[in-house]
Write a new protein. Structure first.
Ligand code: HEM
Length: 532
């Protein structure tokens, strides 16, 4: 069994013992029949045709033919590790989640880092967002914090996610470019959908080319809600901070590394853990009383906005250490299924429309990616908390349920588990309003925080950002699209727009944009009208 060099075994590790397989015994077929030759197929005569009755040959080839499963529709390329999380002090004032209230508990975790746009075989050091997804195997069930290395997102409503991803992914006719932000469709989307602007500033910054997964921040992005034992809610934003500090590569390095070692980040994580230099991250929380929901001039439900740390400082609450590499990439890193809706008592959602969409999307995609409804039984996904319910059958069912009943209520006994005491209860938020298909007015300012981000950069960081815009936008063939993006950037910062324009063959904007926070712009309305 693979143990961390510290000899650590936790609930998850012990559970995995039942699934770990070391090949030592005699070679057999999948049905356990011993075989003594795996080099030659059964043929009619030494030089004759292969026989259909060669069940060993057919089974081996058939299994191989079915080895691949669909890659994730986004975040296809990743690297994972096990470890543990421990809270510093009880957070019982805010949440009833046991793993956040008991400092003596070491909660096992599995973390998967990823790039977003590239396919499974793409290179690590591309300009892209990085995923930072953590599964906590708590004694009250699995909790997944499915975050990124940037604190905001490109879109405000999940209904735009397919549009956005279609614009980001390789262009459908030729699948070029494989994993870069340098193409017409992305910039077309950005120019027409200015809510992307804040995140695009992060994407063009050095944050998009982290040096190592060990030197990368993570963010839950959305505002979530903690709920205490009395049912009182507190808004929360999650932050992971790496112990080693936050470091990036520079663009030139990324290009060379991508050629020489496309596994650069993946290798670094693996080797650091093998060497015993365990990556560590501190979990921090911005805690916001519900009474302060409207105190910060931004809508907490808008995932394109941060809550400035000057206004709500990040409170360090706990530490995560990654101290064990997986035994098998496919079984664990590939088959792990994160989901924003995997929550435990004491952690709840908000009405952020992006989060609401995610709460639908992950389970939906995993049903097809992992072949049916039983993927929570896979070793890496299986909770250490007991699982008992009336769900039955389906592809990949590994449990042998006994008894005649699988419904509730029943008076015959047998299959039906009792309703749990101390259950998950949703926060009792009052909800009313007319049914509308309309973006909230409080979501309309697309520029202030993009400007805030730009203003926070040092001169050399701004230099890198301008170079990135010039390189990536400069690859866009359509003049009109480049022009529109520059016009958008003029709302962020006039100097930035002029600097970028000079590098992408577009006339620099002559005047500063009238601050309109993106509510309307003649160029944008024109472009949208032309599309209709
Ligand atoms: C992966 C959908 C927004 C972080 C995925 C996957 C889907 C998806 C379908 C593949 C999951 C799988 O096959 O197991 C969406 C939708 C979004 C959205 C519909 C918006 C409506 C976000 C945001 C973040 C994020 C805002 C970060 C805060 C991740 C991460 C993964 C992922 C880290 C990879 C998980 C892993 O390592 O397996 N997303 N996503 N996504 N998403 Fe999202």
């Amino acid at each position: 069994m693979s143990e961390s060099p510290q000899g650590r075994t936790d609930d998850k590790d012990r559970q995995l013992d039942d699934d770990r397989v070391d090949s030592k015994g005699a070679l057999t077929t999948d049905t356990g029949v011993r075989v003594d030759d795996t080099d030659n197929s059964l043929s009619a005569g030494e030089r004759g045709p292969t026989l259909l009755e060669d069940f060993q040959f057919r089974e081996k080839l058939t299994h191989f033919d079915h080895e691949r499963i669909p890659e994730r529709v986004v975040h296809a390329r990743g690297a994972g590790a096990y470890g543990y999380f421990q809270v510093y002090e009880s957070l019982a004032d805010y949440t009833r989640a046991e793993f956040l209230c008991d400092p003596s508990l070491k909660t096992p975790v599995f973390v998967r880092f990823s790039t977003v746009a590239g396919s499974r075989g793409s290179s690590d050091t591309v300009r892209d967002v990085r995923g930072f997804a953590t599964k906590f195997y708590t004694r009250e069930g699995n909790y997944d914090l499915v975050g990124n290395n940037m604190p905001v997102f490109f879109i405000q409503d999940g209904i735009k996610f397919p549009d956005f991803v279609h614009a980001v992914k390789p262009e459908p006719h030729n699948e070029i470019p494989q994993a870069q932000s340098a193409h017409d469709t992305l910039w077309d989307f950005v120019g027409l959908q200015p809510e992307t602007l804040h995140m695009m500033m992060w994407l063009m910054s050095d944050r998009a080319i982290p040096r190592s997964y060990r030197t990368m921040q993570g963010f839950g992005v959305h505002t979530f809600r903690l709920v205490d034992a009395e049912g009182r809610g507190t808004f929360v934003k999650f932050h992971w901070t790496p112990r080693l500090g936050t470091h990036s590569l520079v663009w030139d390095e990324t290009q060379r590394i991508a050629g020489k070692d496309p596994d650069f980040n993946r290798r670094d994580l693996w080797e650091a853990i093998e060497r015993g230099q365990y990556p560590e991250y501190e979990l921090g929380m911005q805690l916001i009383p519900e009474s302060d929901e409207h105190a910060f001039g931004v809508d907490l439900l808008d995932p394109t906005k941060i809550v400035p740390e000057e206004e709500v400082p990040v409170t360090p609450v706990g530490r995560m250490v990654l101290d064990r590499n997986p035994d098998n990439f496919f079984a664990e890193t590939e088959q792990v299924a994160f989901h924003t809706a995997n929550v435990v008592p004491g952690i709840d959602f908000t009405n952020d429309p992006l989060l609401q969409a995610r709460n639908f999307s992950y389970l939906d995609t995993q049903l097809i990616r992992l072949g049916g409804p039983n993927f929570q039984q896979l070793p890496v996904n299986r909770p250490v908390a007991p699982v008992d319910n009336d769900q039955r059958d389906g592809y990949g069912q590994h449990r042998v349920h006994r008894g005649a009943t699988s419904y509730y209520p029943n008076s015959l006994g047998g299959g039906c588990p009792a309703l749990g005491s101390d259950p998950y209860r949703h926060h009792q938020e009052r909800v009313d309003g007319a049914k509308v298909r309309e973006r909230s007015k409080s979501f309309q300012d697309h520029y202030s925080q993009a400007t805030l981000f730009y203003n926070s950069l040092s001169d050399w960081e701004r230099g890198h950002l301008v170079e990135a815009f010039r390189f990536e936008l400069g690859k866009c063939d359509t003049h009109q699209v480049r022009e529109r993006v520059v016009e958008r950037l003029n709302h962020v910062d006039h100097g930035l727009a002029r600097d970028v324009a000079a590098g992408v063959g577009v006339d620099p904007p002559r005047h500063e944009a009238v601050p309109n926070h993106g509510r309307s712009s003649p160029a944008l309305s024109q472009a949208r009208t032309a599309m209709n």
